[in-house]
Design a protein around this ligand. Structure first.
Ligand code: ADE
Length: 252
């Protein structure tokens, strides 16, 4: 997969994306990260990418033309080596006004051959940009960052680690939080006891069916306690639904 990023701070990439799972994915050729400097697409000598807001108010707004020209350049680069319509190129604009980014979206994006991420700064990006370049606004959470670069990195890491072959043990990707729609069950390693805190006996029992049931129950219990908002959307099997009924009756 190839991911193109447009930013006024190209020097912050690859940053954390250069190590560990994402670093290896790039070294193995599973992921290609191409970073573009938005200022290269400015139209003036000063490489201006922002301007005063119409209507007045605090802060500056990012101009539309550099983004449009950058996406056009990326589209040309995309169509050079591949066949098929340019319109297939998916473009995301990192913004706190966007739809919330989820694991389900990460899974869908990981199936694409290419992806473009636009990073905003200042008070925001001229509102016509998303429409002009066919971008979808995406937020990584209900808080405001100083710019879209960290959000783009979060999206790239969430997508890149799902590329086939990126993570050594595929099971660790399919069993983790949000793959079932539930939080993950608790994990433990040695020692069996530390400062009076013991690992649950069942995990030392060697009874694999009991361990499987305990983990399922803990995933449901944690989700109910910490993220009840996820329960209704989760795809639960009959065993998990029974556990949920039992846990809810106990709490009532
Ligand atoms: N830019 C600023 N805040 C953001 C957020 N929460 N998500 C995505 N992009 C952003």
């Amino acid at each position: 997969m190839r991911i193109d990023v447009v930013t006024i701070f190209p020097e912050v990439f690859p940053g954390p994306l250069g190590v560990s799972v994402l670093g290896r994915a790039q070294a193995r050729g599973l992921l290609e990260l191409v970073v573009w400097d938005l200022r290269d697409f400015a139209e003036d000598r000063h490489r201006t990418v922002d301007d005063y807001p119409y209507g007045g108010g605090a802060g500056m707004v990012m101009k539309p033309e550099p983004f449009v020209r950058a996406v056009e350049a990326i589209q040309r680069a995309a169509s050079a080596g591949t066949t098929g319509p340019d319109s297939a190129l998916r473009v995301l604009l990192a913004s706190p006004q966007g739809r919330l980014f989820t694991q389900a979206q990460a899974r869908a994006l990981a199936r694409l051959p290419r992806l473009v991420l636009l990073c905003g700064r200042y008070e925001g990006v001229d509102d016509r940009v998303a429409d002009l370049v066919g971008a979808e606004e995406v937020s990584i959470g209900d808080y405001v960052l100083a710019g879209g670069e960290l959000a783009a990195m979060v999206i790239i890491e969430a997508v890149g680690r799902l590329l086939p072959g990126a993570v050594g043990d595929e099971a660790s990707v399919t069993e983790e939080s949000f793959s079932t729609g539930l939080l993950d069950f608790p994990h433990y390693t040695r020692p069996p006891e530390i400062r009076g805190r013991r690992v649950p006996d069942v995990l030392l029992s060697g009874d694999h069916d009991a361990i499987r049931r305990w983990r399922k129950r803990e995933a449901v219990r944690r989700t109910l306690a910490r993220r009840p908002d996820l329960i209704d959307e989760a795809s639960l099997d009959e065993e998990s639904r029974a556990l949920l009924r039992e846990l809810r009756e106990r709490r009532a």
